[in-house]
Design a protein around this ligand. Structure first.
Ligand code: DQA
Length: 152
């Protein structure tokens, strides 16, 4: 069973309460329930980790080495300026990492157009609300399938 680490960064515990016009009224807890269900439908074992601290996120990314097969990360605002999180993802190149956003960051403030983690991720998904997370799970599923085909 493939092991997925799903990392949620700062303020993502406040989804459902914060800026509902952007992130919707559904709470982080119920979104996480959906994520757990989608993951199990795809046959994944998922760990969901939320932190408002950069250092904790970095240590969690390091811990994926050897223990996880893929990472999905919504780094929140850190996406736009944390070189330290970027370097942490670069520390674990064997673990495919997908950058995810609920909102379409390119249609928002200019500072959100830039992502410093994008270059070290396999790809980005942005703008589909909680379904961005489902798309990221499907992307990982596809990556694992193509890796298996290569090994056949
Ligand atoms: C976000 C977009 C970021 O710009 C913002 O700082 C967030 C959430 C998203 O999911 O759309 O906290 O990553």
């Amino acid at each position: 069973m493939k092991k997925i680490l799903f990392i949620l960064g700062p303020n993502l515990n406040m989804v459902g309460l914060r800026e509902k016009n952007i992130y919707g009224a559904e709470t982080a807890e119920t979104i996480n329930e959906d994520v757990r269900r989608w993951a199990s439908e795809l046959g994944f074992d998922i760990e969901i980790f939320q932190s408002n601290g950069e250092g904790e996120i970095i240590s969690k990314i390091h811990s994926a080495l050897g223990g996880k097969d893929g990472i999905i990360i919504n780094a929140g605002a850190y996406t736009h300026y944390s070189y330290a999180i970027r370097d942490a993802i670069a520390c674990v190149p064997s673990v495919p990492t997908i950058e995810v956003h609920m909102s379409n960051v390119h249609a928002r403030d200019e500072f959100r157009h830039k992502t410093v983690i994008g270059a070290v991720c396999r790809g980005q998904i942005s703008g589909f609300g909680k379904f961005s997370y489902r798309l990221a799970l499907e992307a990982l599923s596809d990556i694992f399938e193509s890796e298996e085909e290569k090994n056949d």
